[in-house]
Design a protein around this ligand. Structure first.
Ligand code: HEM
Ligand code: HEM
Length: 175
């Protein structure tokens, strides 16, 4: 089986678009929790923005995953076998978390009983309020967010190590 030396255009595009949106989404998610409840509607407004971007990310990750499985594989970097395995494991975990985040957010919101809007468009109610499910999914959303933040930090550190310390042309593979 032949392996590509670098990522194709669509993969590169999706990687950087989603990286930017994910970082903004994480910052927004953490920031909006501190907004005051009730009255002004500011909190509801930013929660709706977060839900909309989150659902967009949910659609993008489905496309990205389908493409990652369909396209030819990209060759692993020339390094020790256990590091190659660690890198591919970390990438798989990143993909998994990029799927769990929008799913837990969406279904948590469904069971909260509040209507969900996608950039202003009201979505049909697919289920009623269910507090226990909402609480569980909120917990999954929170723990996964923490795992995602740590893994992105590790990912960027690994990138810096390869690019700056080992002086490999890593960025050339993802542009
Ligand atoms: C913010 C969230 C980010 C996520 C979720 C993410 C996720 C991923 C994933 C899953 C891959 C593997 C693609 C595959 O093999 O199918 C990848 C590759 C890569 N990422 Fe990221 N990434 C993020 C941010 C960044 C940032 C900020 C940088 C650099 C500063 C970066 C640099 C790279 C590079 C260079 C590769 C290619 C590695 C190789 O050549 O094998 N990523 N990223
Ligand atoms: C990749 C997608 C997403 C990321 C990275 C993300 C990230 C975050 C982060 C970091 C927080 C703050 C920590 C916490 O308490 O959980 C948060 C909270 C929240 N997110 Fe998301 N989110 C995403 C998708 C969604 C979606 C699609 C929805 C709903 C449609 C959503 C709804 C919420 C809600 C309601 C909260 C407030 C806390 C709660 O009730 O659980 N998120 N999100």
């Amino acid at each position: 089986m032949t392996h590509n030396a670098r990522y194709d255009r669509l993969s590169v595009w999706l990687h950087w678009l989603m990286a930017a949106l994910l970082l903004a989404q994480i910052a927004l998610g953490l920031w909006m929790l501190g907004l005051p409840k009730g009255g002004t509607g500011v909190r509801v407004y930013w929660f709706n923005v977060h839900k909309s971007i989150g659902m967009l990310l949910g659609l993008l990750i489905v496309l990205r995953l389908a493409w990652a499985l369909a396209r030819p594989r990209v060759a692993a970097l020339a390094q020790a076998r256990h590091l190659q395995l660690a890198a591919s494991g970390a990438h798989k975990l990143l993909y998994a978390l990029m799927l769990v985040m929008p799913l837990s957010g969406f279904f948590g919101s469904v069971f909260s009983g509040y209507p969900i809007r996608f950039f202003g468009m009201r979505l049909p109610d697919i289920a009623g309020r269910w507090d226990a499910a909402k609480e569980l999914l909120s917990m999954v959303h929170k723990v996964s967010a923490l795992a995602l933040i740590l893994l992105i930090a590790l990912h960027v550190a690994a990138f810096a190590y390869h690019q700056l310390v080992r002086k490999e042309a890593l960025l050339q593979r993802m542009r």
